[in-house]
Design a binder for this molecule. Structure first.
Ligand SMILES: Cc1cc2nc3c(=O)[nH]c(=O)nc-3n(C[C@H](O)[C@H](O)[C@H](O)COP(=O)(O)OP(=O)(O)OC[C@H]3O[C@@H](n4cnc5c(N)ncnc54)[C@H](O)[C@@H]3O)c2cc1C
Ligand code: SF4
Length: 545
């Protein structure tokens, strides 16, 4: 059972000023804090959650699947811890998921560790739709390499879907019987596949134990094999001098009369407000938490929220809409493997206009999950018959093919401030409006048709298709987009807010388009690139523009 965060350090001792103040200790905040502290910056990070005791993870116990339905559910509305904030998702087809703690959403993430493809940065040029990023795959590549090392990515170089890159630091996880079976079928069809790259240790790595293939990564990894940033980054950042204050919920980013950020006001666990002053502020509160905080930071100078002269803060929210096919076969595949994927296929990733839509999807293959997951799948679907027979026929004899579609930006998909709900500190909850576009729907429909071809090639004896999965809001992207033009973007190519030069947004909010792959490697690489630039242009800190 997750414990309520302690105020750590005790409030009387927390640092009142910083060179760089970071809001959020998840993936992007941890990457930034480690690098900046190692460069000698005085870093303070404010995190609303606390440290998670990995002994609380129940994946290896009989009640593991039950705990995942409440205490470790990825939906903050279901967990409803006092340090979570509620999300009004009534007008959203997809429920936003996140975890609020040191490590952020990496505590629960599946650790599928994928780079965007070069085409993802050039959608406007290639397909005449959405926008190009102001940076390229090549700009980000050195940072991808570094975060691969820091998170301990396991995989295999040479994936023909990507430009050449060096071997990841660790060899791939075993693809297992399910991977072998899926790969044989994909080979028969002549379709692309490659062993999955995962931020999961396949060998002992920097103090982490190797994966034992229990497949419960999305309820927390008790082995410490999965790269959550409370393990991979925070101990190093703190050793380098970063100060991490937990149980600190930021209410507002403060500004001066010149329009520069001056720090933040946060509420402690007793509801008492405190102020931290800073030369530079970095927002790393994810694609919902960051626009929420910007919109809540209203002042005479910024009446519509901070950094929002473009009106785009909170707009262009992108997810990765998702369908799954449970593939039932005639042999025992076991239930083990990592919930990081065994295989991926990028066969249908790029645009082919003859399909009637632009862009495409990623296919991932992973284990069947436990009996409760299979039963829930049965009960939420339209399958007939006894649930016990359903579970018996699938447990160990099935695997999951997931199809994640690229979602294009749409300004009406957005995060706003809710007029009624607020969190324990009185900060308005985010209200999320989201509907998948016709293009996204067509991507999923066409890929499902291809999945039926795959089912024949893999000699499936049965299959359960879940269309339009609502519980799929893992990836929160695009709500403070990057661009060169301040009128049509919120941050510049170095993740600095156009309107507030000493404010950086380093989480997934800055994505211009979403690609169809899992975003965490790109979020981490973008954060590292942003603070690398900050480090090289230190002048900004003492002599703001
Ligand atoms: C169940 C699940 C599975 C996933 N699987 C994958 C996967 O396999 N591969 C992949 O690439 N991605 C995956 N993701 C997504 C990935 O985890 C996120 O994209 C990534 O962690 C985002 O990093 P971030 O720094 O933007 O935000 P987060 O990691 O979400 O961190 C944000 C932090 O900010 C804190 N915060 C927010 N607001 C405030 C405030 N006002 N004051 C103080 N603190 C605040 C939060 O408490 C949180 O700790 C998954 C996510 C979930 C939930
Ligand atoms: S499968 Fe591996 S990474 Fe996932 S929870 Fe188990 S040990 Fe951790």
């Amino acid at each position: 059972m997750p414990q309520a965060p302690r105020a750590d350090p005790p409030i009387a001792e927390f640092p009142r000023d910083a060179e760089v103040l970071i809001v959020g200790a998840g993936a992007s905040g941890a990457v930034a804090a480690k690098r900046l502290a190692e460069e000698g910056f005085r870093v303070v990070c404010l995190e609303q959650g606390g440290w998670v005791d990995h002994g609380d993870f129940r994946g290896g116990y009989p009640d593991g699947e039950l705990v995942a339905l409440k205490e470790f559910h990825p939906n903050p509305n279901v967990r409803a811890n006092t340090w979570d904030y509620p999300v009004n998702d009534i007008d959203s087809e997809i429920r936003p998921f996140m975890y609020n703690a040191v490590g952020g959403s990496t505590i629960l993430f599946g650790a599928q560790w994928m780079r965007l493809l070069p085409s993802d940065f050039r959608v406007r040029t290639l397909d005449g739709i959405a926008d190009d990023w102001p940076i390229t795959y090549e700009d980000l590549e050195p940072f991808y390499r570094q975060v691969d090392e820091d998170f301990g990515a396991s995989g295999l170089a040479g994936n023909p879907a990507y430009p050449p890159s060096p071997e990841p630091p660790l060899p791939p996880l075993p693809i297992g019987r399910l991977g072998y079976r899926a790969a044989q079928a994909l080979d028969r069809l002549g379709w692309h596949w490659w062993p999955g790259t995962n931020a999961i240790a396949s060998r002992p790595y920097r103090g982490r134990r190797p994966c034992v293939q229990r497949g419960v990564c999305e309820t927390g990894c008790a082995e410490g094999a999965k790269a959550s940033t409370d393990l991979t980054h925070w101990p190093l950042a703190i050793a380098a001098g970063a100060r991490l204050v937990t149980g600190a919920r930021v209410k507002e980013i403060t500004v001066d009369e010149r329009g520069l950020a001056t720090g933040a006001i946060f509420a402690d666990l007793n509801g008492q407000d405190h102020r931290v002053r800073a030369d530079v502020v970095l927002l790393a509160a994810n694609g919902i938490g960051t626009p929420r905080l910007l919109l809540a930071s209203q002042s005479a100078r910024f009446p519509f929220g901070l950094a929002n002269s473009s009106g785009l803060v909170g707009r262009r929210l992108m997810h990765h809409p998702y369908v799954t096919v449970r593939v039932v076969v005639d042999e025992d595949l076991g239930t083990n493997g990592a919930a990081g994927h065994a295989l991926t296929s990028l066969q249908f990733y790029e645009t082919d206009r003859e399909r009637g839509f632009v862009r495409g999807a990623k296919w991932g293959f992973y284990p069947s999950g436990g009996p409760l997951a299979i039963a829930a799948n049965h009960l939420s679907g339209s399958w007939q018959g006894d649930v016990r027979d359903h579970v018996r026929s699938r447990l160990g004899r099935s695997f999951v093919l997931s199809i994640t579609a690229e979602d294009l930006p749409d300004e009406s998909n957005r995060v706003e401030l809710d007029s009624e709900q607020s969190d324990a500190a009185g900060i308005p909850a985010p209200k999320v409006t989201y509907h998948a576009s016709e293009n996204t729907t067509a991507v999923l429909r066409w890929n499902l048709a291809m999945a039926r071809t795959f089912l024949a090639a893999v000699d499936a004896v049965d299959a359960d298709v879940s269309e339009r999965v609502a519980n799929a809001g893992w990836h929160l992207l695009g709500t403070a987009r990057m661009g060169d033009d301040p009128e049509s973007s919120v941050v510049d190519r170095w993740n600095r807010a156009h309107d507030v030069p000493n404010l950086l947004i380093v989480d997934g909010s800055s994505f211009v388009t979403a690609g169809a792959v899992n975003p965490c490697a790109t979020i981490a690489a973008l954060s590292l690139r942003a603070v690398d630039h900050l480090n090289r242009t230190k002048r900004l800190i003492t002599v703001p523009l």
